[in-house]
Design a protein around this ligand. Structure first.
Ligand code: KG4
Ligand code: ZN
Length: 334
């Protein structure tokens, strides 16, 4: 079964054709990164406008790259929540128009569910249940994935998301947007033990995260160095910071997996591209004899293929929408 999928929740206009939730026939991603770079982050109004300009061409390219017309497609999947509302609306309305014109069923897909489903593309053998660390620009969750459309959030962040924390620290260190990626690159040459960082814990909630204290620690380190007229080593501070964030992510995931008896661990979301997180999670899983799964790097960030992967399982479980479907800025994955 071929699904045409559309994603426009943030600053990537993307579309794909995916077969049976696992085989990517085409995947087109039009990134707006260069445009938002000069502002140091995503400007929602600009994002919406660029989606409007790009979406038609992106969808057409996805169909032609897959050697398909709408006649070969059986459903249209679209990201409808959560995300920037004006950005989401472009994809949702485009998908509704296509659905109305073609008579094809419309499948609403939750953005974080699709990040998890990126793993089904990379690992054809992967099936739920498993424990998933979902770390994106807007969310940090530890999720029990009980089935393809059944989720339980057991850990979440009390302030910044992991990606947001990476972006803010990168910005404080003078690195350009996209912060997380540039921080990862610069920190590769750094000493992760050069600067002392706190290890924030949330009292009484061992699977929850809090990253705002780490961000403050970075700002304090930079300001104190300035006052003393000392130079900061960005690679060293970056490496120390990433180590601290990743320690929180791995330790909470380890505790959750031990407590709940999971031996299959899955990474998802933009931050799952982080080299230190991937390395440390691999070591952790090796230590326990657990299996680790992470998406291919090209499917870690926002893309249409992951929407098509999750869209298939949503469709199979009867989750379709009519033309009253609306975009929603925030919505829990459950
Ligand atoms: O999942 P995603 O593409 O978009 C959202 O759904 O939010 O995640 C974007 C986040 C950004 O905060 C970005 O800085 C972060 O993922 N990110 C990284 C890396 N690549 C992207 N963070 C750390 N290391 C990376 N290599
Ligand atoms: Zn995302």
């Amino acid at each position: 079964m071929k699904i045409l999928s559309i994603e426009s929740s943030c600053d990537e206009t993307a579309a794909a054709v995916v077969e049976d939730g696992r085989r990517v026939l085409s995947s087109i991603v039009a990134s707006q990164v260069e445009e938002h770079k000069i502002y140091g982050g995503v400007v929602p109004e600009i994002a919406s406008r660029r989606h409007v300009e790009a979406i038609s061409g992106v969808v057409k390219s996805a169909l032609s790259d897959a050697n398909c017309t709408l006649d070969d497609i059986e459903a249209i999947a679209v990201t409808y929540a959560p995300g920037l509302i004006g950005a989401l609306l472009v994809g949702v309305n485009y998908a509704k128009g296509l659905s109305m014109a073609s008579g094809l069923p419309l499948v609403p897909v939750h953005h974080l569910r699709s990040h998890i489903a990126a793993n089904y593309i990379t690992h054809p053998e992967l099936k739920p249940p498993f424990l998933c660390l979902v770390v994106s620009g807007g969310h940090s969750h530890i999720v029990e994935v009980k089935d393809y459309t059944s989720f339980k959030v057991i850990g979440y962040t009390h302030d910044d998301a992991a990606g947001e924390a990476m972006d803010k620290a990168a910005r404080a260190m003078g690195l350009p947007y996209p912060g997380g990626l540039n921080l990862d690159r610069v920190a590769k040459d750094g000493n992760p033990n050069a600067y002392k960082m706190p290890h924030p814990r949330v009292d009484g909630a061992p699977y929850d995260f809090s990253f705002s204290g780490l961000k403050t620690a970075v700002l304090n380190t930079i300001n104190q160095a300035k006052q003393k007229g000392e130079e900061i080593s960005v690679p060293d501070l970056g490496a120390s910071y990433i180590k601290a964030v990743v320690n929180c992510l791995t330790q909470n995931t380890e505790k959750a997996a031990c407590d709940l008896g999971y031996n299959k661990i899955v990474l998802a979301g933009g931050v799952s591209a982080n080299s230190v997180l991937r390395r440390d999670m691999e070591a952790l899983c090796k230590k326990h004899g657990w299996e680790l799964y992470a998406p291919e790097l090209k499917y870690c960030g926002d893309n249409g293929a992951m929407v098509g992967a999750q869209g298939y399982y949503e469709y199979v479980s009867g989750n379709t929408a009519d033309l009253s479907l609306n975009a929603v800025a925030s919505m829990i994955i459950e």
